[in-house]
Design a protein around this ligand. Sequence first.
Ligand SMILES: Cc1cc2nc3c(=O)[nH]c(=O)nc-3n(C[C@H](O)[C@H](O)[C@H](O)COP(=O)(O)OP(=O)(O)OC[C@H]3O[C@@H](n4cnc5c(N)ncnc54)[C@H](O)[C@@H]3O)c2cc1C
Length: 479
Amino acid sequence: MSFLVLPDPDSGVLARRGKIVSQLRRLVSNKSSIIDDEDGRRAFETDALTAYRRMPLAVVLPETTEEVSSVLKFCQREGLPVVPRGAGTSLCGGALPLEDSIVVGVSRMNKVLDVNYENRTACVQTGITNLGISSAVSGAGFFYAPDPSSQLACTLAGNLAMNSGGAHCLKYGVTTNNVLGIKMVLMDGEIIEIGGGHLDMPGYDLLGLIIGSEGQFGITTEATVRILRSAEAARPMLLGFNSNEAAGACVAAIIGSGIIPVALEFMDKPAIHVCEDFAKAGYPLDVEALLIVEVEGSEDEIDDLLGKITQIAERHDPLVVRISQSEEQSAAIWKGRKSAFGAMGRISDYYCMDGTIPTSRLPEVLKEISRICEQYKLRVANIFHAGDGNLHPLILYDANNSEEVEKAERAGAEILKLCVDVGGCLTGEHGVGIEKRDLMTVQFSHTDIEQQIRVKRAFDPDWLLNPGKVFPLDYQKTR
Ligand SMILES: Cc1cc2nc3c(=O)[nH]c(=O)nc-3n(C[C@H](O)[C@H](O)[C@H](O)COP(=O)(O)OP(=O)(O)OC[C@H]3O[C@@H](n4cnc5c(N)ncnc54)[C@H](O)[C@@H]3O)c2cc1C
């Protein structure tokens, strides 16, 4: 499919590789910050969209914002494309290098710089892992709310770039709702600070613009994030149904009632079986669809909310209504959900879609997803953040069979178009990258895209930051 096409590498740049690498070495204090040998570079040739690979020209792992600045200034002068990188867990090819690009990874910049419990903020370097933030403040009873399932590995830098979400974002919002300020290096090496340790800023909402900009505007090196007090207690319940549609209708009814659980997750039958096999989570195996609903608060509040949710569920003929009875059961329920993608990867290659729809359209969209995949003779498993309508159909296919790859891509594109058709959008939390780049015209008019490109050029006039991504290639004319 066309999204495989990436800009041709500049042969002049490839020919200058040796000289470029020796100049880069002069810009960093730790010589191990430059990786130019083949084995070393190979570790960076892909992200979690593993079907696509490109060896970068070189990799730089700076240790300070000033080093990032020197490297970008040099790359701008030399006309070298730069691909920012965190942990490389992007599912949309966002961190995929180009052959003439320098990968600039922030993984060595992973310190907690300051924690202010009175103001409920933490200032960190962006190479810290998502879980690392919560771990740093959990002793004092605080946590950082966005919790992608990849949180053990993925960095805050990647979360900022993708505006990442997670199972517990239904109540607390996604990355953009939990960040107050950033430090970012522009392509010309200038260092800017946007926002700070306080709510809101006068002027344009540049922070909102940068969060979710997929490494197109600059390289973030520091951020001030909100930390929240952990709730007194939390408890999940399992609701099993005899059809996807009944589970989907129950989700819409819970949300429509005004109750906002901390998490409301959906699994269909194939997903339940694969996750149970892997995690021994205690999921019921005789249901077609399962909801994990978690609420939090005091024990009384939890009992009250779970009671109300049970009443709503009972209107949708549940086969199973089971409230977790212990910390161990709760942990097992979440272990199953959080390891779902890994568990699925044990049985098949999968293509993970990431569209968002209005929750009220869930039942019909789930039916249509099944129809699309049946039409392509592909199996599909659905595991997703149902409460905020963020779908993750996993299309199972054989990555070594080119016919199946193409069928998976076509089915995936149809599913994303369906999301747009019902009033949703192409991506909930994984970003556009190369994966959805050519579908942007389904969501946006020519004028919309041109306007977004004007913003991109205001930050990066030569289009050197993360080229080949986000916008259809026809629009990226300078490369
Ligand atoms: C098993 C699995 C489960 C996942 N679950 C979730 C989930 O629940 N929710 C969710 O939202 N995502 C999920 N993801 C996707 C992925 O983990 C997120 O997109 C994550 O934010 C990427 O972080 P990263 O550090 O790996 O970034 P990378 O993959 O390295 O990069 C992601 C993007 O950020 C840009 N970038 C990286 N560093 C910088 C920087 N310093 N400045 C500017 N741009 C930068 C890159 O260029 C790229 O475009 C999952 C992925 C996997 C493999």
